[in-house]
Ligand binder design. Structure first.
Ligand code: GTP
Ligand code: MG
Length: 564
């Protein structure tokens, strides 16, 4: 019922409503920027907080449009046609169920003018849901260009290269450190992919704005924390903080008016209602949004769907401010030392190659858990590479104070206050020691806590216990079963061992263009090389360190060179 009212609003206001919505967003944006002294200060000092990055990207997205093009679009003609509405700041093409272009104008008026001119599709046999969005189709009724007139668009890749190609590429590198940085370069989100993610959030915000004009939809998780791989899902957060009453200021005296609002039993019930209605709108009116599922009874209610024009698998949540804080925290750790990002990428890729993680829900170790495990390992180095969360909380100023649903989510936002210790360990050493660390970790007794930076006694029976950084009574890896943990440990043992073998850690010397023998990290990404795990898992194993020591001894005895 509620959704049909919104449809009416969308239907009746049509184009005017979309333009008004854009103008409102403009005002809202300016208001936010005006008060964001923290972000301005950070930019001056060369750091950009996640908050500042999000503001900038959101604003770009509000000036952008997504256009489905024909497969051989004449780029020059296309740009000339669009430029009639104003200057184009940036554009790019990509392929996903057809060719698409993202076009960012220099100002909103240009975008409004373009939307003003766009036509309603004529239909003969079908009926249409008359919802206008910034997803458009390019039509051409003119004569086709002759092949030599065509300057066909170059598409920007939006998915990562297949693992076999990655293995080949890594095999051509000259050191394991280079392999690790190369893996990050290949897999990390590109500038274009990041823009596309913000644009999809912005398109969805136009739908949600039919009910909540002041809302924003922000990406969180790996889309923005710096650990996202091309092809990762798009986690979104419907932010209604501006109208939630959470930060409402009551006048001290005199008369005032307040909105009458319907009440619900709990915050959870409010979130469920909002997501149910927005989910319905996305399903019924969102162009390109398919397979919409409302998963409202989950611990964190969400709407899941595929956004076909971008190729993103999307999860829309609301009132998920703790996850937003975790994203900020991961972003901060990522910024503190480049080794954080390289190691996280490598471990995630390794885990994926061996089926330790999966995009299908199940008893797997999630990417988020793996990231926390890497952070914990880096806190345990001597000297530590990154500080504990408790230390980051102690450095926080009054403006950083954040308590969400009774959980202390405070940590410092000013990077300048964080003093790092001097640790110069190479990526190769860190990767090897990561495997060694978890190959021998006392998972049966101990819990992993990045808040304390020390193993803690396990508070509950669960094969793997990773303390949730902010909701400290929760275990982020509650879903993991014994089998999956055993697989992880066995793979850590094998990988640690492999990295110590001279045949693994010596470059194979392949040249550009030639197939080279996999070595180093490339070997670790090949399930067939990290073999024998299933069979050996059943035997009682001595700790990997002991096993490795004896293997090294036997190698010395047979006079084999060993680089480790
Ligand atoms: P990929 O999507 O696998 O690339 O990684 P991701 O980090 O985006 O993970 P995911 O999509 O599963 O979750 C999105 C974000 O939600 C994470 O980055 C965390 O901030 C948060 N999150 C995920 N799982 C948990 C959890 O169990 N507890 C808490 N507190 N936050 C979580
Ligand atoms: Mg994600």
């Amino acid at each position: 019922m509620a959704s049909s009212l919104a449809v009416c609003r969308l239907h009746m206001k049509g184009r005017g409503s979309l333009l008004k919505c854009l103008q409102k967003a403009d005002t809202f944006f300016r208001r936010n920027i005006g008060t964001n002294a923290v972000a301005a200060q950070e930019e001056k000092e060369g750091f950009k907080s996640l908050y500042a990055v999000q503001e900038e990207r959101q604003e770009q997205a509000e000036r952008s449009v997504l256009i489905s093009c024909q497969s051989r679009t004449n780029e020059k003609k296309f740009l000339k046609y669009l430029s009639r509405h104003g200057d184009i700041n940036k554009y790019f093409f990509y392929e996903s169920y057809g060719i698409y272009a993202v076009v960012e104008f220099s100002n909103r008026e240009s975008l409004a003018s373009l939307l003003e001119e766009a036509a309603i599709p004529g239909v003969s046999h079908e009926s249409m849901l008359p919802f206008k969005s910034r997803l458009l189709s390019l039509r051409n009724l003119g004569s086709a260009d002759s092949p030599n007139q065509q300057s066909v668009q170059q598409c920007q890749p939006q998915t990562s290269i297949p693992i076999n190609e990655l293995i080949q590429r890594l095999s051509r590198e000259e050191s394991i450190d280079q392999q690790i940085t190369s893996l990050t370069d290949v897999y990390q989100l590109t500038e274009e992919n990041s823009r596309l993610r913000f644009l999809v959030c912005s398109l969805l915000k136009d739908i949600a704005a039919a009910y909540f004009p002041e809302c924003t939809i922000k990406p969180f998780g790996s889309s923005v924390n710096g650990f996202g791989k091309l092809g990762c899902d798009l986690d979104m957060f419907l932010d209604l903080d501006g109208i939630s009453g959470r930060n409402a200021k009551m006048p001290k005296s005199g008369l005032w008016l307040e909105y009458q609002m319907k009440r619900a039993n709990s915050e959870r019930a409010v979130t469920q209602s909002i997501l149910s209605v927005i989910g319905e709108c996305v399903d019924q009116f969102g162009p390109g949004c398919v397979g919409v599922q409302k998963i409202l009874n989950a611990r964190c209610p969400l709407v899941r769907f595929a956004h076909q024009p971008s190729g993103f698998q999307c999860d829309l949540t609301a009132n998920n401010r703790v996850a937003m804080k975790s994203t900020e925290l991961l972003y901060l750790y990522r910024e503190l030392d480049p080794r954080v990002r390289h190691l996280v990428f490598t471990v995630r890729c390794w885990a994926r190659a061996h089926g330790i993680t999966s995009s299908i829900p199940g008893a797997w170790i999630s990417n988020f858990s793996l990231t926390v495990m890497v952070l914990f390992f880096l806190q345990r180095r001597s000297p530590p590479i990154i500080p504990t969360l408790d230390h980051l909380r102690d450095l926080a100023g009054p403006a950083d104070k954040s308590v969400i649903e009774g959980n202390d989510c405070t940590f410092v936002s000013d990077f300048n206050k964080i003093q790092l210790q001097s640790n110069t360990e190479t990526l190769e050493k860190l990767l090897r020691e990561f495997f060694e660390f978890y190959a021998t970790f006392a998972f049966n007794r101990m819990s992993i806590s990045i808040r304390k930076g020390k193993e803690q006694n396990k508070p509950e029976v669960a094969p793997l216990h990773i303390q949730n950084p902010f909701e400290t009574s929760l275990n982020v890896s509650k879903n993991v079963n014994v089998t999956q943990l055993e697989r992880f440990v066995a793979l850590c043992q094998e990988s640690s061992w492999l990295l110590q073998q001279s045949e693994t850690n010596t470059p194979s010397g392949g040249k550009e263009g030639k197939a080279s023998t996999p070595w180093g990290l490339a070997t670790l990404l090949m399930p067939t090389q990290v073999a024998g795990i299933k069979g050996r898992k059943k035997r009682k194993r001595e700790p990997a360190s002991e096993r490795i020591k004896s293997l090294l001894e036997s190698l010395k005895n047979t006079n084999q060179p060993n680089k480790s």
